[in-house]
Design a protein. Structure first.
Length: 398
């Protein structure tokens, strides 16, 4: 095979280009770098378009990544002066919401100039103070997690740490002494009468105890859910350390209980422990098998006492929804209500076409988006209100 001139540094250049894409947020592993080098050696370097389409076919996993790839390709392989123009994107906007292309460019700019940030730390602090005004926070709340820059993700995590999920209290079957209780506790009344020698029997009233229901979360950590699952885990860390009786499970190709790891007060330590416990991060998705394992091993232990169940997934099942409907039906019957959080609802033209989505949707009580800070705030506001049984009969979504 005849190699093009200058191909001696081909592997090195492709490796540096892959590092740039990875720093900008694209999932480019060493296996794809090796495949890209082999593909370029086979395709040759006669035309620039051949390089572009060969590398994009190997390094990209979904079409939404193409804007970042296009900009990185132009900067790295042809026009270094374009980087100077991209620096203008770091200037904060006074009004309005940034366009998707500008948000993607911001991520690439952060990756390009990450090494120079230490020298301009003071200047960046002033920029952050200027950007984090009330209007900027409003823009940040509506910005998609997948399009945030490194600085915006850090600020979003700080805001997530302050969020809470106030589930309404429900009445239990247990009673406790209460002056205005409608029920008379005979045992306590007779015990109290012994102090008076049995001549007088004081009536001890009791009322039903009200407690927050248990919260159980099943979070999808497959490759398509990666940017949203990471941010939602920060939200779950804040909830777990704010209240009791919270159980968190993650699943990709297997089910993993990370409740104990999230109990650590330090969020960085907690996330490090979660990363050690998870063995199938950003892999495939077996929703039906994972829910079957949860129903068999954990449902009876966690879904008692009118538990609320949150299912975080895009519904894209590798097994095409095989057995998923039966497992979802069992979950819906075991929990007080089942809430499905799907980041794909951020699209206005979303349709329930995948087999997994069609199998899951009839069994949920609420179908809500989870792709930005505003969706998390709306989730807390929705769950803070009592969910009537009428929702069980109306499982439609807006």
């Amino acid at each position: 095979m005849k190699r093009a001139p200058g191909s001696g540094r081909l592997a090195e250049n492709v490796m540096h280009f892959a590092r740039l894409l990875r720093a900008a947020g694209l999932r480019v592993g060493p296996d794809r770098v090796v495949d890209a080098v082999k593909a370029l050696e086979i395709a040759g370097a006669a035309h620039r378009e051949d390089w572009y389409w060969t590398m994009s076919a190997v390094l990209l996993s979904k079409e939404e990544q193409r804007p970042i790839f296009d900009q990185a390709f132009q900067i790295f392989w042809r026009d270094p002066k374009l980087a100077e123009r991209m620096m203008q994107l770091l200037v904060p906007k006074a009004k309005g919401m940034a366009k998707p292309a500008e948000q993607q460019s911001q991520r690439l700019t952060d990756a390009l100039y990450n090494r120079n940030r230490d020298d301009a730390a003071k200047e960046q602090r002033l920029e952050m103070e200027a950007r984090l005004t009330f209007s900027s926070r409003e823009v940040l709340q509506r910005m998609d997690f997948d399009t945030m820059s490194a600085a915006e993700l850090a600020e979003a995590k700080k805001m997530i740490a302050q969020l809470r999920l106030p589930l309404p209290e429900i009445r239990t079957r247990r009673y406790y002494p209460h002056r205005s209780g409608r029920r008379i506790d005979l045992r306590s009344s007779l015990r109290e009468s012994l102090r008076e020698g049995g001549d007088i029997i004081p009536l001890i009233h009791a009322a039903r105890r009200e407690l927050h229901p248990p919260l159980v979360v099943l979070c999808d950590i497959s490759g398509s859910m990666n940017p949203y699952a990471r941010m939602f885990l920060h939200f779950l860390h804040a909830i777990t350390n704010d209240r009791d009786r919270v159980s968190v499970f993650v699943f990709g190709t297997r089910l993993t209980n990370i409740t104990r790891q999230l109990r650590h007060r330090d969020v960085d330590v907690a996330m490090a422990k979660v990363a050690e416990a998870i063995k199938d991060w950003s892999g495939g998705t077996r929703i039906g098998a994972s829910l079957r394992e949860f129903n068999f091993k954990w449902a009876r232990r966690t879904l008692g006492q009118n538990a609320c169940l949150l299912l975080v997934s895009d519904g894209l099942d590798r097994e095409a929804g095989e057995g998923l409907g039966e497992e979802m039906e069992r979950l819906a019957k075991s929990a007080r209500y089942l809430v499905w959080l799907n980041p794909l609802l951020r699209y206005e033209k979303f349709e329930a076409r995948p087999a997994g989505v069609r199998a899951m949707l009839p069994h949920v009580d609420l179908f809500l988006p989870v792709h930005n800070l505003k969706s998390l705030v709306d989730l807390a506001r929705t769950l803070s209100q009592p969910l009537s049984n009428a929702n069980k009969d109306n499982r439609s979504w807006k």
